[in-house]
Write a protein that binds this ligand. Structure first.
Ligand SMILES: C[S@@+](CC[C@H](N)C(=O)[O-])C[C@H]1O[C@@H](n2cnc3c(N)ncnc32)[C@H](O)[C@@H]1O
Length: 449
């Protein structure tokens, strides 16, 4: 690392990092640095590493997490929730000026303990701050935590996480104690050897599921897992094997070691049974607000089309105001869950597995068969709409579009294209599903001009 630079943070950059000039006039992007603060940073200007806060920003609050700033998760624990909301809303108001529409403000739920899902990586090398390095303690050992930003080879050891619940932290503590004390090697991401790879935790109304991702196991490892898993206090423990080199928490299910193999969630009076790897919003209380906001934006009608539907949360939440729902998502497991959830909740719905951009002709037929002008929910991944999907949506004879965006700049780009195709943004809402980070969900309603 270079000598520390002194940077005066004057604004937020992309994704909520602090942005500011050093004493030589060079601009830095610094994770977890608040506008108004003066900080000592190392690393590179594009991805500065916060070493020390020299002068705190006015109104700064103490971060709750011991790993704040280096863990790659939260960026904004140094700001109160009120400040976070004000910053998010002001930035989005500026960004969406070209789109117009009535701004209905921002709503949000609890600041901590809100996440129902977390993924941690095992590692033999610990990420250390400069102060820790100066103490001379070893980097090597057995660790479980998050990757430091931009560091695939080093893990920020994380005994607990402040944005998951206390129940999840209790299960994590037991899993951590047993796996780190086990005789099996932790994964080396360079040599691609070692048994333990990742731990996923997923919480629902039925408790906490543990997802263990390892290299292929032998009989001794299988017996060890079967003996230890029941003592972790989880609703279920699932074991996935993965021998591929890529560092991702994925794999083939080898065994349900104990308990249940699914998550149960309840939102807005509906019950969802979810496969452990299927998509669901990570903040259930926030998702309830999101569903209510999307239902408000969608209004009522005969038919509702739910593009990028996942397990059907948004479409099913609006279903009582429509006669019929049609959804599509590329994830076949999510689609199976969505179909089962529609049935269980008495909703007349058809869910298709496939990519929106490749099933445009079929979706056209579905829309035409509905006979009336549908309302179309669009909730794409962060990249926004594929050009073919955008052309399909822009050309629809729909009553209204409800575009839900987790990346505001994607909504801006696609929204400008919708405007060019004759659509008008009538309303915008912001839902803060991700406190302590720079992320939000934006809901927008569009009608033909
Ligand atoms: C932001 S999530 C929205 C999920 C859902 N609307 C919800 O709120 O639970 C985006 C979804 O898009 C799906 N997806 C990604 N690319 C896709 C594509 N090309 N066509 C269809 N679905 C896609 C993902 O599987 C994921 O479920």
């Amino acid at each position: 690392m270079r000598n520390p630079a002194t940077v005066s943070i004057d604004s937020f950059g992309p994704e909520g990092s602090g942005s500011g000039l050093d004493t030589a006039g060079k601009r830095w992007s610094v994770r977890a640095a608040a506008p108004g603060s003066v900080v000592a940073v190392g690393g590179k200007p594009k991805a500065g590493i916060l070493l020390e806060v020299l002068t705190p920003a006015e109104g700064a609050v103490a971060p709750r997490c011991a790993q704040f700033g280096v863990c790659g998760g939260c960026q904004w624990q140094h700001m109160s929730l009120e400040q976070q909301h004000a910053e998010k809303h002001a930035a989005l108001t500026r960004l969406f000026e070209p789109l117009g529409g009535v701004d209905h403000g921002l709503v949000g739920a609890d600041p901590y303990g809100y996440r129902n899902k977390v993924e941690l990586s095992f590692g033999r090398l610990r990420y250390m701050s400069k102060a820790e390095l100066d103490t001379g303690i070893s980097r090597e050992g057995r660790f479980l935590g998050m990757h430091a930003p931009g560091r695939f080879d080093k893990v920020v050891d994380a005994p607990r996480c402040e944005i998951i619940s206390e129940d999840m932290n209790a299960v994590l503590a037991r899993v951590r104690a047993d796996t780190l004390a086990s005789p099996w090697a932790l994964r080396d991401p360079v040599a691609h050897v070692g048994f333990w790879r990742h731990v996923g935790l997923r919480e629902g109304r039925n408790g906490v599921l543990v997802l263990l991702f390892t290299a292929s196991g032998d009989d001794e490892q299988a017996a060890w897992l079967a003996a230890h898993a029941p003592a972790w206090g989880a609703a279920g423990v699932l074991w996935y094997e993965n021998d591929l080199p890529a560092d991702a928490a994925v794999g083939t299910l080898r065994a349900v070691l104990c308990g249940q193999d699914h998550v149960v969630e309840r939102l807005g009076g509906l019950t969802y049974r979810l496969s452990p790897t299927a998509f669901f919003q990570v903040n259930p209380a926030g998702a309830e607000l999101l569903c209510a906001t999307v239902a408000l934006a969608a209004g009522s009608g005969t038919t509702l089309v739910d593009l990028y539907c996942g397990t059907g949360a948004l479409g099913l939440a609006c279903a009582k105001s429509f006669d019929r729902v049609v959804g599509i998502d590329v994830n076949a497991t999510s689609i199976a869950d969505a179909q089962a959830n529609a049935l269980a909740n008495g909703v007349d719905a058809t869910f298709l597995a496939g990519e929106v951009e490749k099933r445009v002709a079929e979706l056209q037929v579905h829309c035409a068969a509905m006979g009336t002008h549908p309302v179309v929910i669009i909730d794409p991944p962060r990249v926004g709409l594929h050009p073919a999907a955008l052309a399909f949506v822009a050309g629809l004879d729909a009553k209204a579009l409800v575009y839900v965006a987790c990346k505001p700049s994607s909504l801006l780009r696609d929204g400008l294209a919708l405007m060019a195709a004759g659509w008008t943004c009538t309303d915008r809402w912001v839902v803060d599903l991700f406190p302590q980070t720079g992320h939000v969900e934006v809901v927008s309603r569009w009608e033909r001009a």
